[in-house]
Design a protein around this ligand. Structure first.
Ligand SMILES: [Zn+2]
Length: 233
C-alpha cells in the first residue's frame, strides 16, 4: 500500500514539473516575441471587392492568399519573428467611399510596410495563365534590388525543394508591380501556384496543401534571416 502511494506521489510530482516547465517556456517565448527585433511583413494580396484571380474551380485568389499568409504568420511567430500583416480578414485596405479603391488599397499596403520597417516583405499571390498546363510556384523581385533578388532566389529554392521538385521555374525580375517598386525595404511576390491549372487549383484550396506552401515559404524566410545574421558577424 505504502509503495503504491509513493508511485502515485512520484507521478503527480512529475506531471507538475512538466506543466511548470511548459508554462515557463511559453512565458519566455512570449516575452521574446514581444521584444523581437526581426520583423517581416506578410502581405495577403487582394481582398474585399477585389477577388484577384478566379480559379478554374471557382476558387478566389484573395481567400487562398489570406489562408496561406495566416499559416505563414503562425510558423514565423513560433520562431520568435515579429510578423506584421497587411490584412487579417477579407476586407480590402480602402474606404467604401473611395473613388479609386485599388490605388488606395495599394498605397495603404506600402504605408504599412514603411511603418513596420521590416527586414523584408513577402507578398502572397496566386497566378493564372491562358494555357491550362502551365503550373508551379514562382517568386518575383524588383529588378533593381540585389537583396530582393537574393531573397527571391532563396524562396524559389525552398518552394522547389519542399513543394515540388519537378518545378523548374526560377525567380524572376519584375519592374512594374506597384508593391515591388514602392517599398523601400526588399519585397518579393510569391505566386504559390496557378489557379488556371485544375490540379494545382484543387490543391491550393486544401488546408493541408496551404500549410505545406506556408512551411516551404517559411523555410526560405528562415534561411534568409539566418544567412543575413551570419553576414553581419
Ligand atoms: Zn494576385
Amino acid at each position: 500500500m505504502k509503495r503504491r502511494i509513493e508511485v502515485i506521489m512520484a507521478v503527480v510530482l512529475l506531471l507538475g514539473a512538466c506543466f511548470f516547465a511548459r508554462e515557463g517556456a511559453r512565458m519566455v517565448e512570449n516575452s521574446k516575441a514581444q521584444t523581437g527585433e526581426v520583423c517581416v511583413v506578410i502581405d495577403a494580396g487582394h481582398g474585399g471587392d477585389d477577388p484577384g484571380k478566379i480559379g478554374v474551380n471557382k476558387a478566389k485568389e484573395k481567400e487562398i492568399n489570406l489562408e496561406i499568409a495566416k499559416k505563414l504568420k503562425n510558423i514565423l511567430e513560433k520562431e520568435q519573428i515579429k510578423v506584421v500583416m497587411t490584412r487579417t480578414d477579407d476586407a480590402g485596405l480602402y474606404q467604401q467611399s473611395s473613388s479609386n479603391k485599388k490605388v488606395e488599397d495599394m498605397r495603404k499596403r506600402v504605408e504599412i510596410v514603411s511603418e513596420a520597417k521590416p527586414v523584408f516583405t513577402v507578398s502572397i499571390h496566386q497566378n493564372s495563365y491562358p494555357q491550362e498546363s502551365v503550373k508551379g510556384a514562382q517568386v518575383f523581385y524588383y529588378g533593381q534590388s540585389q537583396e530582393g533578388k537574393k531573397l527571391a532566389e532563396t524562396l524559389q529554392k525552398a518552394l522547389v525543394e519542399h513543394l515540388d521538385p519537378q518545378n523548374h521555374r526560377q525567380a524572376k525580375a519584375n519592374e512594374s508591380y506597384y508593391l515591388l517598386k514602392k517599398t523601400d525595404s526588399p519585397t518579393v511576390i510569391v505566386e504559390c501556384g496557378f489557379l488556371s491549372n485544375y490540379q494545382e487549383a484543387q490543391m491550393l484550396v486544401k488546408k493541408e496543401y496551404q500549410e505545406k506552401v506556408a512551411q516551404a515559404v517559411a523555410a526560405g524566410i528562415l534561411e534568409c534571416l539566418q544567412s543575413g545574421q551570419k553576414s553581419k558577424i
